[in-house]
Write a protein of this length. Structure first.
Ligand code: CP
Length: 326
């Protein structure tokens, strides 16, 4: 167990070592048990976490707010649009100033080419931990909850098991690429063989792919890329299928729509789930485009673990907050 997390930032999934992630999840399971038993666990009494959002959220906002209250502290919800950020407060100023008010700063800034840089600039100027609530490159709190859910459903010995991280069609908006990038970085460290499935235009960032391959080499796990959903789903133990935008390759909005619409058949349905192992689980961070990205039959079916996955956001984030902000 690694206990040296006080004061640390969490921006990239690899900011915490494998052993530190194990510590986070050990604490998360303890906090989940304490909440189930109604046992108080006010490790952050009188502490305040600033939650700065540049982008909409349901699960992230609610779980961070509830988590801080359950830990005995307070979360201050801040929207960029209703602050002077919209009139020129810089990232460095925000880090300096919010770091003097709060005991931690959490930020969601997903703008392509901007978000990760912004989080790092705030972190460099702040005297308190910076916790990502998702940027354009990574979504670490989602990935910690995902790993916690996988441990609950498949056990901790994941060696030889296969996760398919698949692109899926969506029509609502061009979703960030941070979730698949976090998954391919984190999961090899815990023994999973990763298969990434996407149409050719929906590549992930080359530097993230290199890092993911390096992790797979280091932990002696499989790492393959295929361009067919069916091929990816074959014999998978874990199906993680969601949409993301062709952001690495295409910037023009009209071209993004044109290219995305070529792949309407990339929906997770019962026929495709049948290609995976009989006891395979279906995961999605939500929100999903119902009956476009994934059918109701799968999303609400017995193999879906999406609500346990959403719940685990609360427990995993509470562990990160308690360990970094105490
Ligand atoms: N999965 C996730 O981050 O959900 P929200 O966008 O609702 O926060």
């Amino acid at each position: 167990m690694q206990t040296n997390l006080r004061g640390r930032d969490l921006i990239s999934d690899l900011d915490f070592s494998k052993e530190e992630v194990e510590t986070v999840l050990d604490v998360a399971f303890d906090l989940k048990r304490k909440r189930a038993l109604g046992q108080p666990h006010a490790y952050l009494r009188d502490k305040v976490l600033g939650l700065l959002f540049f982008f909409t959220s349901t699960r992230t906002r609610c779980s961070f707010e509830a988590g801080m209250a359950q830990l005995g502290g307070h979360a201050a919800f801040i929207e960029s649009q209703t602050t002077q950020i919209s009139h020129g407060d810089t990232a460095t100023e925000i880090g300096e100033i919010l770091g003097r008010y709060f005991d931690g700063i959490a930020i969601r800034q997903c703008d392509w080419g901007i978000g990760n840089r912004y989080l790092n600039e705030v972190a460099n100027a702040a005297r308190v931990p910076l916790l990502s609530m998702q940027c354009d490159v990574y979504h670490p709190p989602q990935c910690l909850a995902d790993l916690m859910t996988i441990w609950e459903k498949k056990g901790r010995d994941l060696r030889g098991k296969k996760i398919v991280v698949s692109w899926a069609y969506a029509s609502s908006y061009s979703k960030p690429i941070s979730v698949p990038q976090s998954l391919i970085l984190q999961m090899p460290r815990f023994g999973l063989d990763v298969v990434l499935a996407h149409p050719p235009e929906f590549e992930l960032m080359p530097e993230i792919m290199d890092q993911a391959r390096e992790q797979a080499r280091k932990y002696k796990t499989g790492f393959d890329v295929v361009d067919s959903m069916e091929e990816g789903f074959k014999d998978a133990d874990i199906v993680y299928a969601k949409s993301w935008g062709p952001l690495v390759n295409i910037t023009d909005p009209a071209e993004i729509t044109r290219v995305t619409n070529k792949y309407e058949s990339w929906i997770t349905d019962a026929r495709k789930m049948a290609l995976a192992k009989e006891d395979a689980i279906f995961m999605h961070p939500l929100p999903a485009d119902r009956n476009i990205e994934v059918t109701d039959e799968v999303l609400d079916g017995p193999q879906s673990v999406v609500f346990d996955e959403a719940e685990n956001r609360l427990h995993a984030q509470k562990a990160v907050m308690a360990l970094t902000m105490a």
